[in-house]
Design a binder for this molecule. Structure first.
Ligand SMILES: C[S@@+](CC[C@H](N)C(=O)[O-])C[C@H]1O[C@@H](n2cnc3c(N)ncnc32)[C@H](O)[C@@H]1O
Length: 221
């Protein structure tokens, strides 16, 4: 069931921004939260590399990549969010489409970011989204995911409350699942997970293997 507060937050931007602002305090503020993907992959990518911000919304987490000199494409299903993203970030290439079936050519990107969006998908859709990432990445390209993680004792109750008020059962499913293991099963390699914000948030980096290695991994599974 969807809470009325979630609907309100999506209808009224200031509520969404306020909730994000409060949640971001635990990682040092909104700017730090929005830069978590960039700070993980920045040292691994050449300047000007092609980056896809999957489920980019109005482009807040794409902005630090653009400022750092990357060529950034933002994909989202919401035309309204993309309109805002295009107005705020003129250098962002906006693509409307489904993350489960993205209208982009395979092996187009050096890196893909999914910031605070994977929890919006059911388990079956999440698998499709991560498989899309593997397809869209160039061989040896990088994925970074920032999303919810089961909180430690200090933030356990606040996280439960946040999920009850603003999230749906798909977020609960993400909290129950082992995301690094899922990425490995899909074919990613070099998977590293870091947890932060009282364990309430996880950042995972993972790499698409070379084409020959990917084929042999998928044959074995
Ligand atoms: C919580 S927002 C996160 C936005 C942004 N990544 C950020 O860090 O602020 C989730 C976004 O996922 C988008 N979204 C939801 N389902 C989608 C789908 N199936 N395909 C593409 N985008 C989707 C929504 O439109 C929304 O903009």
């Amino acid at each position: 069931m969807t809470s009325p507060l979630r609907q309100l937050a999506y209808q009224h931007r200031w509520i969404y921004d306020m909730v994000t602002g409060i949640s971001a305090l635990s990682v040092g503020g909104v700017d730090r939260l929005r830069s978590l993907g960039l700070s993980a992959l920045n040292p691994l990518l050449p300047r000007g590399a092609d980056v896809l911000d999957f489920c980019c919304g109005s482009g807040e987490a794409a902005a630090p990549w653009i400022e750092a000199g990357f060529q950034v494409t933002g994909l989202d299903v919401s035309p309204k969010a993309l309109e805002l993203a295009a107005a705020r970030h003129p250098l962002l290439t906006c693509v409307e489409g489904l993350a489960e079936a993205p209208p982009c050519a395979p092996a187009s990107f050096d890196a893909i970011q999914i910031s605070l969006a994977l929890h919006e998908f059911s388990r079956a859709e999440r698998k499709q989204v991560l498989e899309s990432c593997l397809q869209l990445l160039k061989p040896e390209g990088w994925l970074v995911v920032v999303d919810l993680h089961p909180a430690g004792p200090l933030l356990h109750l606040p996280q439960q409350l946040f999920c009850a008020l603003f999230e749906t059962e798909t977020a609960i499913a993400l909290l129950e699942d082992d995301l690094p293991k899922q990425l490995q099963e899909i074919g990613f390699t070099t998977i590293e997970q870091s947890v932060m914000a009282g364990d309430a948030l996880q950042r995972i980096t993972a790499r698409r293997p070379s084409s020959s290695m990917l084929e042999s991994t998928l044959e074995k599974s």
